[in-house]
Design a protein around this ligand. Structure first.
Ligand code: TRP
Ligand code: SF4
Length: 403
């Protein structure tokens, strides 16, 4: 028997290079080795804003077309939609009794909300002084960081720019950048009542729903990026609690930490739809080339005769992932000033277009064939539901509520 993996993606619409390198490449590989379940987490897409429902259908269509175009194969993996398998909601409800509020408040997924804060979208909800506190703390950190290491950061004169840059990568707040004091400060902000007034019950329960998503399918592994590890931890805790309280129903799943290279966007920040800095899998050749030309490079490299610093250059980061064969050569050519940035970018654009060409073609074929991705997803959802209902029967029985 093959081991089982399960993973999900929120329905964000068209996918970009970050998704390709971080998730889809892994799914594609895994589907050959494992009994794979991949699903669209549409309910999760409502947790930060219920109005997202309006775009859900179109987002799912676009996202799943990308899955298929990349080679995620419905004959190999079970592809389904969370909300078409109502057992997710049922198990979520049961699990919601097994996790304490304080556990949920400590969950670093609040990073998403911090992200909103960064964009200034929440200033009405959070007290300005709280924002100022965090800002000051971050600035202090930025200055420390500047003194201590970052060659790159130390070249930036503008403190505000440093601050924006550091804050831009919100992940780093939780993974290594801030120390304990910084974390506490952020926690305090997140627990303040003004913050509570703008987050929903569903948002707080995000990892509980995710636990249900996972445990229904009793997977051995859950392939995810490092940002999801905290959620897998909560999942394991909930599984253990259920098993202890009622009966051994759930095997304890493990995160399968897939390699997720950091893919920078045109502005050097992490590639993200919300930053408007992304190269989409469905972008045409010309658009890809234009976007590559817009990338920032080593800011100190003004003339072609200046040696560059590939290690801080976003263009080089992309070469590394999408053009591994030429990476060493480009490194050498850049550091010895034998290649100009324009030429370097041209080579990247060419390589990206080469990689994206078959994906684009396949997407077009799928669109031309008038394929209905919802038919595929409904089919997969039926299979998923069969499995999920099996688990729910065990759950009801273990609880003595199998009337
Ligand atoms: N939280 C995941 C993300 O933001 C999406 C997700 C929802 C998920 N349910 C899941 C991932 C279950 C793995 C397993 O990327
Ligand atoms: Fe970046 Fe390439 Fe320019 Fe070097 S040559 S700084 S790697 S774009």
């Amino acid at each position: 028997m093959k081991k089982r993996v399960l993973s999900g993606m929120r329905a964000t619409g068209k996918l970009h290079l970050g998704h390709l390198a971080g998730v889809l490449v892994n799914w594609k590989r895994l589907q050959n080795e494992y009994d794979s379940f991949f699903f669209v987490a549409d309910w999760h897409g409502l947790t930060d804003n219920p109005e997202n429902a309006r775009y859900m259908k179109e987002n799912i269509r676009n996202m799943v077309l990308d899955w298929l175009a990349v080679g995620i194969d419905p004959d190999k993996s079970t592809l389904f939609i969370q909300s078409l398998v109502p057992q997710h909601a049922e198990l979520h409800l049961v699990f919601s009794m097994l996790v304490s509020l304080s556990r949920l408040f400590r969950n670093p997924t609040y990073k998403d909300k911090l992200e909103d804060l960064r964009k200034g979208g929440m200033e009405g909800g959070v007290s300005l002084s709280a924002i100022r506190d965090v800002k000051e703390e971050l600035e202090r950190k930025a200055n420390e960081e500047l003194k201590a290491t970052a060659d790159f950061v130390s070249t930036l004169k503008d403190r505000e720019a440093i601050f924006r840059k550091l804050k831009g990568d919100v992940m780093s707040l939780f993974y290594g950048f801030v120390d304990k004091a910084g974390e506490r400060l952020i926690e305090e902000l997140l627990e303040s009542s003004s913050f509570h007034s703008i987050i929903s019950y569903g948002f707080l329960g995000y990892p509980v729903l995710q636990s249900a998503d996972i445990l229904l399918y009793k997977p051995h592994y859950v392939p995810v990026g490092a940002d999801q590890v905290a959620h897998i931890e909560i999942t394991r805790d909930i599984a253990e609690k259920f098993n202890r309280l009622y009966a051994e129903v759930f095997p304890i799943p493990e995160a399968l930490l897939t390699e997720t290279p950091r893919i920078p966007g045109m502005d050097g920040r992490k590639m993200s739809k919300s930053y408007g800095n992304a190269i989409y899998l469905s972008d045409d050749e010309e658009t890809v080339s234009k976007k590559v030309m817009k990338y920032i490079t080593d800011p100190q490299r003004i003339r072609k005769s200046d040696p560059g610093r590939p290690e801080i250059c976003p263009v080089f980061a992309l070469h590394r992932v999408f053009n591994p064969d030429e990476t060493d050569e480009i490194y050498r050519a850049c550091t010895t000033a034998q290649i100009g940035c324009v030429q370097c970018k041209r080579r990247l654009a060419e390589k990206l277009n080469h990689t994206l060409k078959p994906i684009r073609q396949r997407r077009k074929e799928l669109e031309d064939s008038q394929i209905d991705v919802f038919e595929i997803l409904k089919e997969g959802s039926r299979k998923a539901e069969e499995f999920a209902e099996g688990t729910m029967e065990e759950v009801r029985k273990a609880m003595g509520m199998d009337y």
